[in-house]
Design a binder for this molecule. Structure first.
Ligand SMILES: C[S@@+](CC[C@H](N)C(=O)[O-])C[C@H]1O[C@@H](n2cnc3c(N)ncnc32)[C@H](O)[C@@H]1O
Length: 274
């Protein structure tokens, strides 16, 4: 089925996760009141559902080890991910909770009203990620398309709060492209970012490589895969980190020698004193 296609209500079930509530998707306006799935909502639902499938083993692991699981979703937007995750995993367990962090007040307010109506244990912080202080242990931190450096803020928050797992799908990246623009060396390596389009793509790639090395430096095991098919989203890199150690000196050395070769510093490095 093509990505831009809508789905009639009688076929919607095949797009959903087991135990996923049609009523919730209607409340979130991802399904129409008649239960149809329009093309835009389908793209979003696919991203969220794929992400949930990819983090399911981590959630199962956390749920086996803890009763009161705390998931933090950063750059939450309309909190689709938080609501759907709660619906699928936590509805039967009123000790688990989700905290959504989002700068847009209108979205935060609406989501809070809906969570109260549904009786979901969700907290909404109408703040910038780097202004938020969490008072509870974080088991899983997620950031789905958190804009630009909000993904760096998410990583810093996850590391500082010793999150067991960190799941990221980075969004656009502008910060490092600006830094690259200012680096002009005689070395042929400069060609990697001499043209604007190359610079944006390379900056985004380099930022994500450095983000992974930062996570490894702080003892996370990192895997990078695709979230959904490229036809569903251009921002498609899924970075998944599991805390296995306190630190990893080799990863730090790799990171520092990469910075020596290309002297740029994404926000996350500055935040964590690297
Ligand atoms: C592209 S949207 C993604 C929303 C949601 N995660 C999703 O996938 O549907 C990014 C969201 O991050 C929010 N945002 C951007 N920078 C932020 C920051 N520093 N702190 C908190 N939220 C931020 C924006 O307001 C926006 O709602």
């Amino acid at each position: 089925m093509k990505s831009r296609q809508s789905v009639k209500s009688n076929k919607v079930k095949s797009e959903l996760l087991t135990e996923q509530s049609v009523e919730l998707l209607k409340e979130l306006h991802l399904l129409t009141p008649d239960g149809h799935l329009n093309a835009d909502a389908r793209r979003k639902l696919k991203q969220v559902n794929h992400l949930i499938q990819l983090i399911q083993p981590a959630l199962n692991d956390i749920l086996e080890r803890h009763q009161n699981v705390h998931v933090v979703d950063v750059g939450a937007g309309k909190s689709y991910l938080g609501f759907i995750l709660y619906d699928v995993f936590f509805k039967k367990n009123n000790l688990c909770e989700v905290t959504s962090i989002e700068t847009r007040e209108d979205l935060t307010k609406k989501a809070k009203v809906l969570s109260e109506k549904l009786g979901f244990k969700m907290n909404f912080l109408n703040l910038k990620v780097d202004e938020a202080n969490l008072d509870k242990r974080v088991h899983l931190l997620t950031a789905l398309h958190a804009c630009d450096t909000a993904t760096d803020d998410a990583i810093t928050m996850g590391i500082k709060n010793n999150a067991d797992y960190i799941a990221l799908v980075p969004c656009c990246q502008a910060e490092v492209a600006e830094q690259l623009k200012r680096i002009k060396t005689a070395d042929v390596i400069n060609e990697l970012w001499a043209q604007g389009i190359h610079r944006r793509e390379f900056a985004s790639h380099l930022t994500n490589v450095m983000r992974c090395l930062v996570l490894e430096t702080f003892g996370y095991n990192v895997t990078v895969t695709e979230l959904v098919g490229w036809e569903h989203s251009l921002k498609n890199e899924f970075i998944f980190a599991k805390r296995v150690n306190k630190e990893n000196k080799q990863a730090k050395e790799k990171l520092l020698s990469l910075i020596e070769k290309i002297p740029i510093k994404p926000k996350v490095l500055l935040q964590l004193g690297l």
